[in-house]
Design a protein around this ligand. Structure first.
Ligand SMILES: [Ca+2]
Ligand SMILES: [Ca+2]
Ligand SMILES: [Ca+2]
Ligand SMILES: [Ca+2]
Length: 424
């Protein structure tokens, strides 16, 4: 039993979490049995050695999403955390400066909307300094402008003196933002999921931080929620896959390399697909994808065939109300793994890959002590069995030891929790 798991058990303070621990124990056993072969290197494959640093770092109320970047260029990872429904929208994005030891302190609060979703970091204006983008979507009776994209341009000292707001003439605004060079002109462009009647928008950048008007496509499937960008058909042109949260599928749009996209395949996922990530999980050179399913409480993993097609999804149970998914090697065995936040299980679920299309059953890592809050008594449109707990997730080498750590946010207590990779 790992030390992390032991400390998790010792922290269990109420019967519900003890029950969770028993579930975890039963799940850990098949995880070990699932490993085939008996060499030492294979035995390390199912080791879970993410250590949750105590208490977490206060970030912002309703901390929704987190992204990493070295904003002040001191060699240590910093964090950008955006609040979902900030008490003070003028301070809804917080920049936390890192020391390289897992400690973070707020250095700047920046103005965003009052219904915010994703946050990303990228050098949008190509000046060598990391920038931050967040998205804000419609909300009844907003106190600040909604349906906009906020861009904050860093100066390399940890501050963001330039703030651009991209307004869109749409009824519903972006629920997610991603950046990539979609038209292969060497500058970053933006993909907005959930925006406009068509529900997917592309904004082409000119490299100065300016972006052209959005081109919308996507077919108007409501609640297109998140996107991932990768070349799924190996033609050298970036493609876009989006989740359709109130449907059971994810939709692939193939790019022609000029910034135009056409709908291609729909792939069946679980119920309520929310977040999606592209990665080559089986190492065959073809992009694969993993999505979280909020209603069926699992993650769907689909292996690409390199021609824009995919295998049937492999669905693996994760913690309840799964939200953000990230891919990376989190146990240092050279094989891609999957990490998922769970808003109703106060955990990060780790699915360890063997590099051959097999993933371990769920390893639950308890994150924080705050209770989860069910929204059943205050239903919102969409799934009702949802809550506020661990939601945002980002992977980066936070302590500079060469492996991937995780940062996870809680909308309930507004903290960001650091999960340090202690694997050898
Ligand atoms: Ca920049
Ligand atoms: Ca392509
Ligand atoms: Ca692959
Ligand atoms: Ca791994």
């Amino acid at each position: 039993m790992s030390n992390v798991f032991k400390s998790w058990l010792s922290k269990a303070k109420n019967p519900a979490f003890v029950l969770g621990a028993v579930t975890l124990m039963t799940l850990m056993i098949p995880a070990r049995l699932a490993v085939t072969g008996s060499t030492a290197s294979v035995a390390a494959q199912d080791e879970v050695c993410l250590e949750v640093l105590a208490d977490g770092v206060p970030a912002t109320s309703t901390a929704q999403a987190v992204a990493t970047g070295d904003f002040n260029e001191d060699g240590h990872m910093d964090l950008a955390v955006v609040a979902h429904l900030p008490l003070v929208p003028e301070r809804g994005l917080v920049i936390l400066q890192g020391t390289g030891s897992g400690e973070f302190a707020p250095v700047e609060y920046l103005p965003v909307g009052d219904h915010n979703h994703g946050v990303i970091t990228a050098d949008l204006n190509q000046d060598g300094h990391m920038d931050v983008a967040t998205s804000t979507s419609i909300r009844p009776n907003p106190t600040v402008e909604t349906n906009v994209e906020h861009l904050f341009f860093g100066d390399g000292t940890g501050h963001f003196p330039r703030h651009d707001v991209l307004s869109m003439d749409v009824k519903v605004g972006p629920l997610d933002v991603q950046a990539a060079d979609l038209n292969k002109d060497g500058t970053l462009d933006l993909v907005l999921a959930g925006a406009g009647d068509e529900q997917v928008g592309v904004l082409l950048g000119d490299g100065t931080g300016a972006f052209g008007p959005p081109r919308f496509f996507g077919g108007g499937l409501l609640s297109t929620r998140a996107s991932a960008i990768a070349d799924f058909n190996n033609d050298g042109n970036p493609d876009i896959v989006v989740t359709n949260e109130y449907r059971r599928f994810v939709t692939l749009f193939l790019g022609d390399g000029t910034g135009q996209f056409r709908p291609s395949e729909k792939f069946l996922a679980g119920s309520g697909p929310r977040s999606i990530v592209a990665a080559d999980f089986d190492g065959d050179g073809n992009q694969d994808m993993a999505a979280t399913n909020r209603t069926s409480n699992d993650a769907s993993i689909m292996f690409g065939d390199g021609r824009g097609g995919s295998s049937q999804s492999q669905d693996i149970r994760v913690g309840r109300d799964p939200r953000t998914v990230v891919a990376g090697d989190f146990n240092n065995d050279g094989r891609m793994d999957i990490a998922v936040t769970s808003a109703l299980f106060q955990s990060v679920t780790l699915l360890l890959g063997d590099g051959r299309r097999n993933f371990s059953p769920a390893n639950f890592i308890r994150v924080g002590d705050a209770p989860v809050r069910h929204r059943r008594l205050n239903p919102v449109k969409g799934p009702t069995d949802v809550g506020d707990g661990i939601v945002g997730l980002a992977a980066a080498d936070i302590d500079g030891d060469g492996d991937l750590d995780l940062a996870a946010t809680s909308t309930f207590d507004g903290h960001v929790y650091i999960l340090m990779n202690r694997c050898q």
